[in-house]
Write a protein that binds this ligand. Structure first.
Ligand code: SAH
Length: 221
């Protein structure tokens, strides 16, 4: 349950977080800024009390509205592939629990994040920890549409499984920009890194197999 009142971050939990970071290093995450951001964000704040003890295991967990908080390795991997710079303007599709959003917030980017489930959008709005990140702006909407009013973006991150490469999001990427998107259906996705060069040409690299909840069209009240 995301709470409106601050929760405690104990020495024990900080210690488990350091171990998680060590584990991510061993799994191949090398970007020190990403590792520092994972160490800074108390993941147990984002989970129901029933799962709090497992918050620093490297696995996904159910949150509200049938959705999940991504696995720490997946969050670290996607974040690393974005090659973020401070003050980058970043669009995230799938706010979910806002864990990934806070990791990005910790990196000093300006984040625009969209969630299509009203219940989840409202639920996250009450979460005390978000007050720490004035650089995170949340939107209720359909990620397939992106945010034309705020485009273009330096980086775009999709945190749900896209059935195809969303064309409007490619349009909303700046020349020189990077988009990281898991593409595929039935919980089986290939991570794709899209680069748009200065001339606007787009190239794609495949970065391995992952599993995400689906990216769905339209909003859900
Ligand atoms: N980044 C999240 C991951 C949540 S799971 C976290 O760190 O917890 C993916 C989320 O994408 C779900 O909350 C789901 O509702 C949302 N989603 C799926 N399709 C979407 C769409 N078209 N637009 C916006 N959000 C979408």
């Amino acid at each position: 349950m995301l709470q409106s009142v601050p929760k405690e971050d104990s020495y024990k939990q900080k210690g488990m977080r350091r171990q998680l970071v060590q584990h991510l290093r061993e799994k191949g995450i090398t970007d020190e800024r990403v590792l520092a951001a994972i160490e800074a964000v108390p993941r147990h704040f984002f989970l129901d009390p029933a799962f709090e003890n497992q918050a620093y295991e490297d696995r996904a967990f159910p949150i509200t509205a049938g959705q999940t908080i991504s696995q720490p390795y997946t969050v670290a991997f996607q974040t690393q592939q974005l090659e973020l710079k401070k003050f980058d303007k970043v669009l995230e599709i799938g706010t979910g629990s806002a864990y990934q959003a806070c990791v990005l917030g910790e990196l000093g980017v300006t984040l625009y994040t969209i969630e299509r489930q009203r219940a989840l959008y409202d639920y996250v709005g009450k979460f005390f920890f978000l007050n720490r990140y004035p650089n995170i702006k949340r939107f209720y909407g359909d990620g397939f549409e992106g945010l034309p009013t705020y485009a273009p973006f330096d980086k775009i991150l999709i945190t749900c499984g896209a059935p195809f490469m969303p064309p409007k999001l490619i349009q909303q990427l700046k020349p020189g920009g990077i988009m990281v998107v898991p593409v595929g259906e039935d919980g089986k996705q290939k991570m794709i890194r899209v680069r748009k060069d200065a001339a606007g040409n787009v190239t794609q690299e495949e970065m391995g197999d992952f599993s995400f909840v689906p990216m769905l069209t339209g909003k859900n009240n």
